[in-house]
Design a protein around this ligand. Structure first.
Ligand code: E4P
Length: 289
């Protein structure tokens, strides 16, 4: 077991996973943990769920949500000072109204929830209403700078700590783009702003992603257990100025000059957001008979 948060660590460290046993193990291993993010795919990978499905059983919609609630309740009890992200069910047809009613229900499950909405027109509308109703939010499946500008605009007026945005690094890398550039660009665009949106680096797949996110001073990084384990084994290093992120073979994502102050309509469509919604909804629906 480690002694806790390393001196000089500015970034909050979240576990990316759907298994409370891993939360316990990560806490023991690091000696601290600032929160956790879940999503429908991660909940479907929970070992209890996998054992249940292996017996040929299926959930009903009601028991699947009971299970999600039980999982995040256990995680929340382990991280009473932290934040736990819970994702609404959304497919291409889910309207903002349905997302909002799910969000209100999920937000009442635990005292430290952030509710995840996809960055689509309906998801943004739902997040805007959620923020007005003092529901903490995490805008997920972010793949572009205009999406991040739209999130900033839609959640204006919220207090710092209540709004996260989750740019997905690994999924951009998967298609040959340098996902870390998106994080860098969003941090740069938000810098002159009022700080009400915290940048949460998600889809972290490698130690290099994680170290680069720490070097950039991202607000939050959500990290799979395996990488946290490796980080702990290396003595929880925080990279200095001499760390160089190697994005060999990945196309750079150029910075776009977008104004956060002047009202603008941003083009928030992105193929990977659509694909992400499809995969999350498929993985969730596969649990249900
Ligand atoms: C967390 O909030 C995200 O859902 C997660 O990091 C996605 O990771 P993946 O792209 O490896 O599935």
């Amino acid at each position: 077991m480690s002694t806790g948060r390393p001196l000089g660590l500015r970034t909050k460290i979240f576990l990316d996973g759907g298994d409370p046993q891993q939360t316990k193990a990560a806490l023991d291993m690091l000696g601290f943990l600032d929160g956790q993010t879940t999503n429908p795919t991660l909940i479907a990978k929970n070992p209890v769920v996998q054992d249940y499905l292996a017996k040929g059983a299926k959930y009903t919609e009601e028991t699947a949500y009971e299970l999600y609630r039980k999982v995040v309740t256990e995680i929340s009890a382990l991280l009473p000072e932290g934040s736990v992200s819970i994702e609404v069910y959304a497919d291409q047809r889910t309207p903002a109204k349905t997302m909002i009613s799910q969000a209100e229900e999920m937000f009442a499950w635990i005292p430290n929830a952030h509710i995840k909405f996809p960055i689509t027109a309906e998801g943004l509308r739902a997040a805007e209403l959620a923020v007005k109703a003092h529901v903490r939010v995490n805008l997920t499946l972010c793949f572009s700078q205009p999406q991040a500008a739209a999130v900033y605009q839609a959640t204006r007026g919220a207090k710092r700590g209540d709004v996260f945005i989750s740019p997905f690094v690994g999924r951009l890398d998967d298609r040959g783009e340098n996902g870390m550039d998106l994080i860098k660009n969003i941090l740069q665009m938000y810098r002159p702003g009022d700080g009400h949106v915290e940048v949460l680096a998600a889809s972290i797949r490698t130690m290099e992603h994680f170290l680069c996110a720490l070097q950039m001073g991202v607000d939050i990084a959500t990290v799979p257990f395996k990488i946290l384990n490796d980080w702990a084994a290396r003595g929880m290093p925080i990279p200095g100025d001499d760390f160089v992120y190697r994005a060999a073979g990945l196309r750079p994502i150029p910075y776009q000059n977008l104004s956060l102050t002047r009202w603008q309509k941003f083009d928030i469509g992105h193929e990977l957001t659509d694909k992400g919604i499809e995969k999350f909804s498929q993985d969730w629906n596969a649990l249900i008979q």
